[in-house]
Write a new protein. Sequence first.
Length: 319
Amino acid sequence: MNSTDLSVLRSAVSWLKASHSVAIATVVQTWGSAPRPVGSWLAIREDGQVAGSVSGGCVEDDLIRRVQTEILTRAIPEMVVYGVSQQEAARFGLPCGGTLQLLVEPKPELAVLEKLLAQISSHQITRRIVNLSTGQSILGVGSRQDQFVCNDQEMQTSYGPRWRMVIIGAGQLSLYTADFALASDFEVIVIDPREEYAEGLNRDDLIFHKGMPDDVLLEIGVDQHTAVVALTHDPKLDDMALMEALKSPAFYVGALGSRKNTQKRKERLLEFDLNKAQVDRLHGPVGLYIGALTSPEIAVSILAEVVAVKYGISVPKKN
């Protein structure tokens, strides 16, 4: 599952603190073309107010009714299935006969959700385990490799920044790219040792390192859920980062520069301890070609390419 939708979690915590009755519904299984992926969740208040979505609007109205009239009166989680038959799928607007299975928790624990919110806000990946017999849940340490689990005994879900983007450079383009990456559910780390760029960079929503890029990449441990984007336009910094990133399991490595400069960069990298296969992993010029001119437009193109690679979509070759 991607990082939890913080607005849903914040709403649930706020409502519970105000003494409202709240149920949380989580998508635990889908068949066919269900509109929302496993792990998507929805908070429902006793008066029918909602935060989040489990079906893009297909089943929410019926689910709210069931929560208000039946589920909130119960003590333990309940499985709810929509779209078992073709007729029911059509009734609820599930496309192509899709089926949706939800776990609805009528008594989520405020203390657990508050702790979960605090840990996510501090960039910690957290595993939440819900006992289906009692409705009680516990929190543990999660990892980027965690998978969603739901069986007869428990539901296990990991929340937090499972996907990570490391940006080399703290200039204007980097900050626009960071904003779009944060909105796309990435944890964002910015690395820039230059004092003139570090000055004034005071943001709680990203992690900033002032060390040399190659050292920081080794320190933080680049894995297969990490994208590395070099945007300083300074070969001394970008190339140092790329030498480590291209040897790592990072799912995406890209660098700013023209086609001519990218070719020169690849030739330089081959003079170090990188082989051709590693150098060929470099996406350069960084981003999909969309005719972007301004920093925000270039940032959009960068995020588009990173997301495409993340989901295994082939991107055009840049010769």
